[in-house]
Ligand binder design. Structure first.
Ligand code: HEC
Ligand code: HEC
Length: 456
């Protein structure tokens, strides 16, 4: 009898604790930063957005653990892959969510060729490279394309597999005249971008067309794997994904080789070496490798990862900001955006295939400053890679968000320069008039503009 009452009391108590947990605000990201802290990536980055409940915060930290976790072949890693964890590429300088550590091992290589014999293939590449679109291209889909997997589980874990069960990692076919190295971008603040309402992108594109058709960008639509409907894309160097859930599905599949319920076939089954099915018995994860928890938990973590706080604002920075506007930089690198009035994020504890939406009030109706229009622009032949993705053509790139620029080491889609001055001077195509105005600035004005960029 007494035992029953005790159990009931404990249940009631734990209910009170649970309810308190739901409304309690987190203090974690509201700590004040000193001027020195503002240039220290470890102090500024990797934090959750402010105002989360403790339950939301617990799920954030669970996702963070998975972001850093190194997966094993037994858990579904591979058979072909590029990294064992998300952190391996998105971890410079040692903060989860940051850019690639070094270009050679953290970039992704996409490859293709013009369809042999097609009209575009008959012209010199430089003449057509900016206008190549999907129907013009062979992505080598039966030979491991369009994205290279540099590693195989049998070569990375030689002790785990017998000699007669070996898998070749991929090689770029010699005919692949189009090759595009993609630098790993940071993920901070992407949750805010995820929460922009769909209609905003078309509205911004219309405004740009009215204000200056020569500079105006194009919105790109891509298919949402969950709803199977087309929506405006906003992530990736070519605006190829609609949200973090979709990007994470692709990253798990292509970079880690983990299948999920949203994408349940291994990325590349060709070429698989001499004995392709011999690996099946080593996979203990079943099919799909991830039943949903990893995918949803990673998407949750990234959605709630706070944007980089703005750096110090000096007089010179304020002067530089005016120049940024005068040179039309702000036309494409659009400072001000707002999240939706109501924001829902898929609960990592959902029973799949149904994703339970959880409202996250901390994301709602927030102004934020990514410095991008999330549209694609033709940036000229020198920046063009000739590889179309979704609706973006060979010469088009999404305007790169500039927030957090002071912590970045490599600039432009392939990380081709570490010099901000060069990154601006290399703007071609629709960016060339800005680049020319930049070149003509006085030394002081150039310094002020760079000081502004380094305050972001
Ligand atoms: C081998 C390196 C590598 C690994 C491992 C990797 N990524 Fe990436 N990630 C990249 C590169 C490169 C890009 C840019 C791709 C592009 O847009 O062409 C990218 C882009 C992204 C983006 C888009 C960011 C934006 O703002 O446009 C997200 C989100 C992302 N990765 C999440 C993940 C997650 C989650 C994992 C782990 C499951 C992961 N990545 C593993 C290299 C990697
Ligand atoms: C027509 C649109 C447009 C204009 C105008 C423009 N940019 Fe860009 N900017 C882009 C696009 C698109 C990219 C990505 C190009 C790439 O990676 O190949 C980019 C990339 C950058 C980068 C590299 C960021 C990174 O992390 O890799 C910097 C810095 C930059 N722009 C600064 C400026 C400045 C400063 C100006 C004004 C002088 C300017 N941009 C004008 C569209 C524009």
């Amino acid at each position: 009898m007494g035992g029953m009452i005790l159990i009931r009391l404990m249940c009631a108590l734990s209910l009170v604790v649970a309810l308190a947990g739901c409304t309690q605000k987190s203090q974690e990201s509201e700590e004040k930063l000193t001027d020195a802290d503002l240039n220290n990536p470890v102090k500024c980055l990797g934090k959750p957005i402010a105002g989360l409940t403790s339950d939301q915060l617990r799920k954030f930290h669970e996702g963070e653990v998975l972001f850093k976790k190194e997966f094993t072949p037994e858990e579904g890693l591979g058979p072909l892959f590029n990294g064992k964890s998300c952190f391996e590429c998105h971890g410079q300088p040692l903060v989860a969510g940051m850019e690639g550590r070094d270009i050679s091992s953290t970039s992704i290589l996409n490859y293709a060729r013009r369809v042999p014999g097609s009209a575009k293939a008959k012209k010199p590449l430089k003449e057509v490279i900016q206008n190549i679109s999907k129907p013009d291209v062979d992505f080598f889909l039966t030979r491991g394309g369009p994205s290279l997997q540099r590693k195989s589980i049998t070569t990375e874990f030689p002790d785990k597999f017998p000699f007669d069960c070996q898998l070749d990692f991929e090689q770029v076919p010699v005919e692949a005249e189009l090759q595009s190295n993609r630098h790993t971008p940071p993920i901070f603040g992407d949750g805010m971008i995820d929460m922009i309402t769909d209609g905003e992108f078309a509205a911004v594109a219309m405004t740009e067309h009215t204000e200056n058709p020569a500079l105006a960008g194009r919105p790109i639509a891509a298919v949402d794997r969950y709803t199977e409907s087309a929506r405006p894309a906003r992530f990736g160097w070519k605006n190829q994904h609609v949200n973090l859930f979709n990007f994470t599905t692709g990253a798990l599949n292509i970079e880690l080789g983990l299948t999920t319920y949203a994408q349940n076939t291994e990325n590349s089954l060709d070429p698989l070496g001499d004995n392709p099915r011999c690996l099946d018995k080593y996979n203990k994860a079943g099919s799909p490798n991830d039943k949903g928890k990893t995918l949803l938990s990673l998407a949750w973590y990234q959605t709630l990862l706070a944007p980089p706080p703005r750096g110090q604002i000096t007089e010179e920075v304020t002067k530089g900001e005016k120049i940024f506007e005068k040179l039309d930089c702000a036309f494409c690198h659009r400072p001000n955006w707002q999240t939706a009035k109501q924001c829902f994020v898929g609960d990592p504890d959902s029973e799949l295939p149904l994703i339970k939406p959880l409202e996250v009030t901390a994301l709602e109706d927030k102004e934020f400053h990514p410095y991008s229009d999330f549209l694609v622009h033709d940036m000229g032949a020198d920046l063009a890679d000739g590889i179309p993705q979704e609706g973006a053509k060979g010469g088009e790139w999404r305007t790169t968000p500039l927030w957090g620029l002071r912590f970045k080491k490599f600039f432009l889609h392939d990380g081709r320069t570490r010099d901000l001055h060069e990154a601006i001077a290399m703007h071609g195509g629709q960016g060339s008039s800005s680049a020319q105005m930049y070149e003509k600035l006085s030394k002081e004005d150039k310094t002020a503009l760079l000081a502004f960029l380094k305050s972001l």
